[in-house]
Design a protein around this ligand. Sequence first.
Ligand code: SF4
Length: 220
Amino acid sequence: MKHKKLIITEIFLSFQGESTYVGRPTVFIRLSTCNLNCKICDTIYAKEKGSKLSISEILNILKNLKTKYVCITGGEPLLQKNIEHLLKELLKLDKKISIETNGSINIKNIDKKIKKIIDVKTPSTKEEGSFNLENLKHISKNDEIKFLISSKKDFNFALSFIKKHDIQRFSIPILMSPNLSKKSLPKRLATWIVKSKIPLIFQPQIHKIIKEEPIYLLKI
Ligand code: SF4
């Protein structure tokens, strides 16, 4: 299966800026293409650029790195059918694997050992209807749900989604990520979270605050 190919935009070493793996040195494998057109997209280049790499080639890039954490991201990584083969090979390497998905693609075939960080798109993204409700049947205790919050309307949307679908029953982290391009938003979001009395996690993307230079292992 190692001859199977995926379209890759970049592979780089940085630290994890979000999720409960935040702060860990992590290798990121960014897969190309996406099925959504969010108004707020910080990786448009992943939708446009990419090169075909075999799973062997990807594993070779990772071979000498001692990093325990590997994050598969995009674009939308679940659009590529060979992702399942890559994940199987990464699991054999005994890495802590996470995958960031936009929530619109069915997650049922992903191994429960892999942490799925699942977006629920909010109104400001203009893709708020994109969440695949079937995914609620396949959430496991290792997973996390994330909302990007750009306004009070987004926060209210997140609260109604959480209540309507009883997301708290999963006992998983529910991440609230403030849109950092809006200066006053983090402080306002922090207040809304406290007032909500729901155990939400305030989760700014710390890589955007620190703005460190990633170490590129492959850049298309
Ligand atoms: S899902 Fe992610 S990559 Fe796709 S358009 Fe939205 S923000 Fe961009």
